[in-house]
Write a protein that binds this ligand. Structure first.
Ligand code: GLN
Length: 492
């Protein structure tokens, strides 16, 4: 029998419907693979009993002929999502052993449709990071290695566990969240597909908040089609999230294989950074050629405020984080370190519970929101944000259907290699992705090639608001041209 863990989600769905194997067999194959791959540190909690119970229930619905669209599909869940009776930590010590009594809307929709939860996935602490190195559970290892090297590389972040697990066949798909690039950058670093939907498309309810005006949940999978299948279950209106948008969820999978003939694709000249690596420039040109060969028209466009996106993001995101993280005070959740009085207890708890990157963000955020600096930093960053959004609106108003850019400025780097002395070195990873969050737009990362050392590289497509379908159609063209990327298994 073929290795069940190497199937695409769509093929697994087909195999289950044809009764070529059972959901329990599919789940067991994944649980066995997870056990052998613990060195990757992708899962922070494995939930085999729950997985097998869900798989048996899925088998029963398949037998009865009333299976949901994801019946029996084993998935991993970023540990930022609340899961009923299953520990959720945001990979921070401050949540201790927090066991939520409720389920996030996005994950509850996946279970409603029959999916199986294999476990909770590692991520950067409170999703702050680009390498998964800020996690209280330690770094995640990328299944990819440089040719001829056994150096462990980062999978990107913050959804590093999700990306690594999908790339290493430890689940058929996974949930992630993306505040400034945390789905697209790790997808690019691990040779898989990840999409950040339009702000408001997926409910944020039950997801640990980082920067509420930027956070969006989205899927990871090994093919564009598989992400489209997952998106349909994850998206939808939720009255419990006031920023969730009430519009019908399309059948995203129907967009796969649709002709892109006549579509206008913008190539933003401001993304051609000084000192951009030749490999990235080549990949970008190659992607444009593939879309052209499929009948799309390439148009140079301008997004003049791009250069302010990263600095503005690193004001807005920490500001919102400092407010969102005020609730972790040692009273309501998990960890507590006592003190002489309540103020000292708060201080001790927060000093011990938060890691250095989270503390840095809280301090920056508190500073930019403080009375004397609010206008100079926070208000100004919000104005820049409006201009960034307007840049995109102007481009789309000219009839552009989507924008093509690189997903990241480089391939995956080594664990401990970046950002130690200067955090800005790490922040620069998000240079191509944060604009999309600032503007609330959808963005997909699709693997498109390899660098000189054999590591995967991704391209990003940015779409009009709520036009994820065009991204799936275009993304599939790139995927068909570039082929699939599979890491050599060294961990078993
Ligand atoms: N790397 C960015 C940050 O650290 C984005 C993180 C994210 O999208 N969650 O803020």
């Amino acid at each position: 029998m073929t290795d069940l863990t190497s199937l695409t989600l769509a093929d697994a769905r087909e195999g289950l419907t044809q009764k070529s194997f059972t959901a329990l067999e599919l789940t067991d194959a994944h649980l066995a693979a997870m056990e052998k791959a613990r060195v990757l540190n992708a899962y922070v909690l494995e939930t085999p009993e729950q997985a097998r119970a869900q798989a048996r229930a899925a088998d029963a619905t398949i037998a009865k002929g009333n299976a949901g669209p994801l019946a029996g599909i084993p998935l991993g869940v970023k540990d930022l999502f609340a899961t009923t009776d299953v520990r959720a930590t945001a990979c921070s010590k401050i949540l201790g052993n927090f066991i939520p009594p409720y389920e996030s809307t996005v994950t509850s929709q996946l279970w409603r449709d029959g999916a199986v939860m294999l476990g909770k996935l590692n991520c950067d602490e409170f999703a702050m990071g680009s390498s998964n190195e800020t996690s209280a559970f330690g770094p995640v290892v990328n299944p990819w290695r440089r040719e001829g090297s056994d150096t462990n590389l980062v999978p990107g972040g913050s959804s590093g566990g999700s990306a690594s697990a999908v790339a290493a066949n430890l689940c058929l798909g996974a949930t992630g969240t993306d505040t400034g690039g945390s789905i697209r950058q790790p997808a690019a670093f691990t040779g898989i597909v990840g999409i950040k939907p339009t702000y408001g498309r997926c409910s944020r309810w039950g997801i640990v908040a980082f920067a509420s005006s930027l956070d969006q949940a989205g899927p990871f999978a090994r093919t564009v089609r598989d992400t489209a299948i997952l998106m349909r279950s994850m998206a939808g209106h939720d009255p419990k999230d006031t920023t969730s948008v009430d519009r019908p969820v399309p059948d995203y999978e129907a967009a796969i294989g649709k002709s892109v003939k006549g579509m206008k694709i913008g190539i933003p000249k401001e993304y051609r950074l000084d000192g951009m690596s030749g490999e990235i420039a080549k990949l970008w040109a190659q992607g444009a050629d593939w879309l052209k060969a499929a009948g799309a028209e390439l148009v140079e466009v301008s997004l003049p405020y791009t250069k302010y996106a990263l600095p503005a993001y690193y004001v807005v995101a920490p500001a919102e984080a400092s407010s969102n993280l005020a609730r972790y005070d040692g009273v309501r959740y998990g960890a507590r370190v006592n003190g002489k009085n309540i103020a000292e207890m708060y201080e001790n708890t927060r000093a011990a519970g938060f890691g250095p990157e989270v503390r840095r963000r809280i301090m920056i955020g508190t500073y930019v929101l403080s009375a004397g600096y609010y206008d100079a930093y926070y208000l100004r960053a919000q104005k820049v944000r409006t201009l960034i959004k307007k840049d995109f609106e102007d481009v789309f108003a000219k009839g552009i259907h989507a924008i093509l850019t690189p997903a990241t400025p480089s391939a995956a780097f080594g664990i401990g290699e970046k950002g130690q002395a200067d955090p800005i070195e790490m922040y620069l990873n998000d240079i191509f992705t944060v604009t999309v969050n600032m503007a609330g737009l959808p963005g997909i990362a699709v693997p498109a090639g390899k660098d000189g050392q054999g590591l995967p590289l991704g391209l990003q497509l940015i779409g009009r608001p709520f036009d994820e379908e065009t991204l799936f159609s275009l993304g599939e063209v790139i995927e068909q041209s570039a082929g699939h990327f599979t890491a050599k298994k060294w961990w078993v």
